[in-house]
Design a protein. Structure first.
Length: 450
């Protein structure tokens, strides 16, 4: 036998050996012991998709009371938690300084008025003399000098009257400003509500907003309308919309839930731990409580379950049952991964030189891989991978739009087994109650990495 013939025979023998090894592996797998799994029946029913977030209770209307003028608190007739009505006295500042300013400005105003009256009388007199001299001058019954003197005096008194009027206006403005300053020493409630935060005490000096950064003396809140402001993760905020309903649970009242409605969605992100691995981006969402909640207090911690979607008759399975697998897609229609591999082997044999890489370069069927979403269905004692299209999900279950029917038996666990389970693998099934493994899978992970 020639050297070329021996080489060809060696290649053929190698190919046969590879095929034999593959056959033995498949036989061993099919005849080996089965894998124990837990299963559940695909069910149909109502499915509600939720976005859960935590935040703080706050009044819808909250007014921070501060002073417009600086001064000492001489009266503070309210205490924290007290109910007040609009117009009730909240704070009285020391008024003596502002009363003195008002008296001084009022005196200046009175003096300006008196001066204006004198200037007005002088202006009227000079006007009469000027008009008389003008008439006589036109009739040539008086001299030019007398006429000019009368006109000059008239113009001077008119200018003095205008200046006096300006002084009166200025003095009146100062008196009004002093009156307003005195009124600022008395602070009354702008709304009906409760004193939810009292920050100052009797005798304390507060800074006014007219000259300094205002001191917040207290906070008055209208507790007839209560909101919860929560932080929603950026991956969930696109599901939240105005008007969606929410169930609200207060940490202080864990046994009861209250109804709410989304009234505001923030557009500005709140970023914490910026630039670190723990960076979190959230958006503020405001939820109005539509139920009456007795003894609720601003600042309480609340957890809100916002209903973002729901299906009445959804085909649903536990979330943990959904896994990802790679699918072989061939560019040439009508071929399979097995036939493609067979063509590759035959071309390598025909080439005669064992250059399988060159054979693959000449192959028209190019195999590509992409992950697909699916579940394992028990059929004939084997795990059969079925691709599915999913929809909305709650904390335990997920909607299946296509690929499964009510009553199908699917593998839901154990989670570690699902990660390594292969299509066609023999399984020993033990049915569990619907949703148990979905809950377990949600704790360990959704199975994305399978």
């Amino acid at each position: 036998m020639t050297k070329k013939g021996k080489k060809k025979l060696f290649i053929i023998g190698g190919a046969v050996l590879v095929i034999a090894v593959l056959a033995i592996v498949n036989f061993t797998r099919s005849s080996g012991k089965t894998t124990k799994v837990t299963t559940a029946k695909v069910k149909q029913g109502k499915l509600v998709s939720l976005v859960t977030a935590s935040g703080k209770v706050k009044p819808k209307t909250e007014v921070k009371i501060s002073a417009n003028v600086s001064g000492e608190i001489v009266a503070l007739p309210v205490v924290e938690g007290q109910r007040v009505k609009k117009g009730d006295l909240l704070v009285q500042l020391e008024p003596k300084q502002y009363e003195a300013q008002l008296r001084q400005s009022q005196a200046g105003y009175d003096a300006a008025l008196a001066s204006q009256k004198l200037d007005a009388a002088s202006a009227n007199e000079s006007k009469f003399v000027y008009e008389r001299q003008k008439t006589l001058f036109e009739k040539k019954l008086t001299s030019q000098e007398a006429y000019d003197a009368a006109r000059t005096r008239y113009e001077s008194t008119q200018a003095a009257l205008e200046a006096a009027s300006s002084r009166v206006q200025q003095a009146k403005a100062e008196a009004d400003r002093a009156t307003e300053g005195l009124s600022y020493t008395t602070i009354r409630s702008p709304i009906d509500g409760y004193i939810t935060d009292l920050r100052s005490e009797l005798g304390e000096i507060v800074m006014g907003s007219l000259n300094y950064q205002a001191s917040v003396i207290m906070v008055v809140s209208d507790l007839s309308a209560i909101e919860v402001e929560v932080e929603v993760d950026e991956t969930d905020v696109d599901q939240v919309a105005l008007g969606q309903t929410s169930k609200i649970k207060l940490d202080a009242m864990p046994d009861t839930s209250y109804a709410g409605r989304v009234t505001e969605i923030g557009n500005t992100a709140k970023v914490s731990a910026l630039g670190t691995q723990d960076q979190v981006t959230n958006f503020l969402v405001t939820i109005l409580l539509t139920d009456s909640v007795p003894n609720i207090k601003p600042g309480m911690t609340a957890t809100c379950d916002i209903t973002t979607n729901e299906r009445e008759n959804a085909v649903k399975i536990p979330i943990g049952a959904v896994v990802l697998r790679d699918e072989s897609i061939l560019k040439k229609k009508g071929t399979t991964p097995e036939s493609s591999a067979a063509v590759g082997v035959s071309e390598a044999v025909a080439a005669g030189d064992g250059d399988s890489a060159k054979a693959r370069e000449n192959e028209d069927e190019i195999v590509k891989k992409k992950p697909i979403e699916g579940v394992f269905v028990v059929r004939g004692g084997k795990a059969t991978f079925v691709s599915v299209s999913t929809g909305i999900a709650d904390q335990q279950n997920i909607e299946v739009k296509s690929g499964l029917q009510k009553g199908d038996e699917i593998i839901v666990g154990p989670f570690r087994t699902l990660r390594s389970l292969e299509d066609g693998e023999r399984v020993e099934a033990k049915e569990e109650k619907m949703g148990m493994k979905g809950k377990e899978g949600a704790k360990e992970g959704s199975g994305d990495g399978a």
